[in-house]
Structure formats: C-alpha cells, structure tokens
Design a protein around this ligand. Structure first.
Ligand SMILES: C[S@@+](CC[C@H](N)C(=O)[O-])C[C@H]1O[C@@H](n2cnc3c(N)ncnc32)[C@H](O)[C@@H]1O
Length: 358
C-alpha cells in the first residue's frame, strides 16, 4: 500500500482506450474556440456561399489573415466540420455541415452552443473560487456571449417544437390561444420563445419577464424588428412577483432550475393563472437517476449546470436544482408552489416538457 492508496495493476488496453478518449476531448475542447471564431468571422458562411476554396480565397472572401485561416481549416477538417480535397487543396462544406453551422433559422443549427461554451468557460476561475468558498455567480455576471449564445442555442428547438407539439400537448391551451388569450413567459431572456408564440397566435397577447435588464432591452428590440411590439411587452421583473393576472398560460423555458426561489416562482404562476390555465415548464432532458445522465447530453448539461445554472441559484442561497433536476425534484417544487397537477406532457431528445395545473 502506497501513500496514495492500494497499488493497482494497469490494464494496457483500458489505459489506451481511456487516453484515446481524453485526446479526443483535448481536440474537441480547443476546437470549440475555433468554431466560435468561425461563427463570429463568417468563415462557415463564406465557405458555404463560395463553394470549394483555398485558404487564401477564404481569407480574401472574409477579409481575414490567410495564415490563421490555413491553420483554422486544418483543425476544422480534422474535426469533420469541413471537407478537404487533397487534389485541389480546396475546402468546402457538405449540405449538412452548411445547414448546421450557418442557417440560424434551421432546427439543426448548432452555432449558438459555441457562444455558450466560450462564455461559460471564461467563468472558470470564478467558479473554481465558488467550489472552495461556496456562493455562486449570477446569470447577469457572465460574459455577454452567454445571453447571445443561449438565444441562438435554444431558438432552433423552440422554432421546431414549441408551436407544433409543446403547446398542443397541453390541456386545451392551443384552442384558447387561437381564440385569444394572455401569456406570460418568465425568464424569457432575449424573448425568442415569446416572439415565436406571438407570431403563431395573432389573437393572443404576450408578456415576457426577466430580471436581467440587458436581456429585456434586447428582447424589446427583437419584438420591434419582428413588427409585433403592439402584442408583445417585455418587462424587467422577478419570477416570484411578475405583474399581471388572468393568464391563459405561464411559461418557464429552461429557467426554473436556475432560480433562487423556484417555489416562489411557481406560487406566483399558480396565483396569476386564469381558471383552466396551464403552466408550461420546459426543462433540459435529464434522467431520473444520476446514471441515466451518463450520455453526451447529460455530460453537456451537467457541465453547463456546474458553470452556470447551479451557480446562479447558489448565489441566491437557492435550492440549486441544476440543469439535470429529476422530474421528481421539479414536481416537488411546483406542487409546493400550490399547483395540484403536474405531468410530463411531451419531450424531445433535448427537452422535457411539463404541464402544471391548479
Ligand atoms: C438559461 S436562460 C433561458 C432564457 C430563455 N428562457 C430561453 O430559453 O432562451 C435563464 C433565464 O432566466 C432568467 N432568470 C433567472 N432567474 C430569474 C428570476 N428569479 N426572475 C426572472 N428571471 C430569471 C435569467 O435572467 C435568464 O434570462
């Protein structure tokens, strides 16, 4: 027995397999910074528009430095994010790569995730400090790319599912919104979900509330750009005392688990819902047991939760439900807020969709 514990024999195959995995993670982690740069500088867009190009041509199209672009392209081709033709020395995107990396309106768009990764990883020293001392980091204290990236990351899923399947999965809500109802979107961030719903239900009225002032400013601009400011109002407000009453639906998109007081938020939602109204609670996909999260999605959400979601709640002395909160944990908070019924209405590979009713 050594000072570090019992001596264990190393299985060479298992060691090689583990090291191979780690090297893959080295490449993936560093490459995420390069994908971010590609998004910011329009490198993918230029590749998509221009067709097969040499590094010099791509640099010229994007007004960037050829030497950096050449290195960037090797990284991208090695990672399978772009294609390379050794004969011509040209790089290109497949249709699938082009859609996923450039088309922000597509449900397959993944670019936003790299803004989120850049912002969250830049908080690492602060979070390390909270590991030692407790406490946490508020949402609004993060690098602003977190707010931009969150909208870009979640919007494709909301565009694909919110109107088509999530709202129809609730009890009688779609009919009410078609006729004309009132909707509150709590923790609305940049307002992507609010605006998608407002466009789909022109007879209804929408309010987006968030306690992050900068996000509300952005959401107002987005509503004005969409030409729907007459039916959509964005206001800075806390989840536990947002204004209004008689709402047909109160929504929480990927935010209840972040909150310092999720029970208070649920209590306010229950108090302001009209008779027969529903709370729509969308949460990241997660298992009911720890080990059900041992997959790429669980790994990603657990990391985001450590760097951001759990930390926001801990900064407020909250229960820190975390992005992987089990269905039971969410149900408990929602019922503690005064709701009588709670069920999983539907789900996607990335989201659980819950309905709560009084
Ligand atoms: C992960 S973001 C989700 C944003 C948006 N719902 C979306 O899906 O794109 C969480 C949001 O909840 C907001 N939030 C957290 N706690 C809040 C509270 N107590 N009251 C109001 N908003 C809150 C944050 O400011 C942030 O905009």
């Amino acid at each position: 027995m050594s000072a570090t514990g019992p001596a264990q024999s190393i299985n060479e195959d298992k060691m090689n397999a583990f090291l191979g995995k780690v090297v893959g993670d080295f490449g993936a982690s560093l490459s995420s910074a390069l994908v971010y740069i590609g998004q910011k500088l329009g490198l993918y867009k230029a590749l998509s528009d221009a067709g097969p190009v040499t590094p010099a041509e791509l640099a010229e199209h994007t007004n960037t430095n050829e030497r950096y672009v050449r290195e960037w392209l090797i990284n991208q081709a090695a990672g399978g994010y772009v294609e390379y033709d050794p004969e011509s020395g040209r790089y290109s995107l497949t249709p699938e790569q082009a859609v996923a990396l450039t088309d922000e309106q597509s449900p397959f768009y993944v670019g936003g995730g790299f803004f989120v990764i850049k912002a969250m990883t830049s908080a690492v020293e602060r979070i390390e400090d909270h590991f030692r001392k407790g406490g946490g980091m508020l949402w609004g204290e993060h690098d602003p790319d977190l707010f931009i990236g969150t909208e870009k990351f979640f919007r494709p899923g909301y565009s694909a599912h919110l109107v088509a399947t999530w709202i129809p999965s609730l009890t009688g809500i779609e009919e009410k919104l078609n006729t004309g109802g009132n909707v509150a979107d709590i923790g609305c961030g940049h307002g992507a979900s609010t605006i998608i719903m407002a466009r789909a239900f022109p007879n209804s009225r929408f309010w987006g509330f968030d306690n992050h002032e900068e996000s509300i400013r952005h959401a107002r601009e987005a509503a004005a750009a969409a030409g729907i400011s007459d039916r959509v109002t964005f206001e800075v407000a806390e989840a536990r005392n947002f204004p209004g009453e008689n709402y047909t639906m109160v929504c929480f998109f990927d935010c209840l688990h972040d909150m310092g007081d999720p029970v208070g938020a649920a209590r306010r939602a229950a108090a302001v819902l009209a008779k027969g109204g529903s709370a729509l609670i969308v949460e990241p996909m997660a298992g009911n047991t720890v080990e059900e999260n041992f997959n790429p999605i669980g790994r990603t959400f657990a990391a985001a939760s450590t760097l951001c979601c759990t930390s926001n709640s801990l900064a407020l002395d909250g229960p820190a439900l975390g992005a992987l909160a089990s269905e039971d944990a969410i149900r408990e908070k929602v019922l503690a807020g005064g709701f009588k019924h709670f069920r999983r209405a539907t789900q996607t590979p990335f989201n659980r969709v819950f309905e709560a009713r009084c």
